[in-house]
Design a protein around this ligand. Structure first.
Ligand SMILES: Cc1cc2nc3c(=O)[nH]c(=O)nc-3n(C[C@H](O)[C@H](O)[C@H](O)COP(=O)(O)OP(=O)(O)OC[C@H]3O[C@@H](n4cnc5c(N)ncnc54)[C@H](O)[C@@H]3O)c2cc1C
Length: 153
């Protein structure tokens, strides 16, 4: 099956836009990896996240802002001979994004981030309730580098 490394930005962005979730990889103080499935929004080279104010990921991200985020879509299991394990493979398209986390504190920017976030899931023009916006923690990642790969496409 043919593997392609992808670098055409609209193609990379179209992979991100097809994903419902991503996996956010962090590294804690003692060098241990920590990866979480997360919902997200994407606009203009930023990936947006929302979260509770506390928890292990926030403890890590406050100390180490460096992250890698993976996205994958178009999963399609194929085989040449069903009885031969080595002839099985999965077609896919995937992207890795690298960057640093920035916490978003400004109220208007948080609301805008939530709009971008919700656009990934619903084509509705939501309005947000002030206490909820204040309560939620928003962070975003400015993408410094995007790598893409497709197998079988
Ligand atoms: C499809 C999907 C979408 C999600 N979207 C979001 C989102 O948009 N925002 C958000 O904040 N969270 C989201 N979550 C939950 C997220 O994966 C974390 O569970 C959550 O953010 C809490 O992380 P924490 O580090 O604060 O965990 P804590 O509450 O501090 O707990 C840490 C402990 O729980 C374990 N743990 C934490 N999360 C998970 C998990 N998902 N699976 C198994 N073990 C776990 C850790 O290994 C650690 O031992 C999503 C989960 C899924 C499956």
């Amino acid at each position: 099956m043919k593997r392609r490394d992808l670098s055409f930005k609209p193609e990379l962005e179209s992979i991100i836009s097809k994903c419902e979730i991503c996996n956010l990889a962090m590294v804690d103080e003692d060098g241990s990896p920590y990866v979480l499935p997360m919902n997200f929004g994407y606009k203009d080279d930023y990936i947006y996240f929302h979260s509770a104010q506390t928890g292990k990921k926030i403890d890590i991200l406050k100390k180490n802002k460096r992250v890698c985020i993976s996205f994958s879509t178009d999963h399609d299991l194929k085989w040449v001979n069903k009885e031969v394990a080595c002839s099985w493979s999965m077609r896919y398209r995937s992207v890795l994004a690298f960057g640093n986390v920035e916490f978003v504190d400004d109220y208007d920017q948080k609301e805008e981030a939530l709009r971008i976030f919700m656009k990934n899931y619903a084509d509705i023009d939501f309005s947000f309730n002030e206490p909820a916006v204040k309560d939620i923690l928003i962070f975003r990642v400015k993408i410094e580098k995007l790598d893409g790969r497709a197998l079988g496409y």
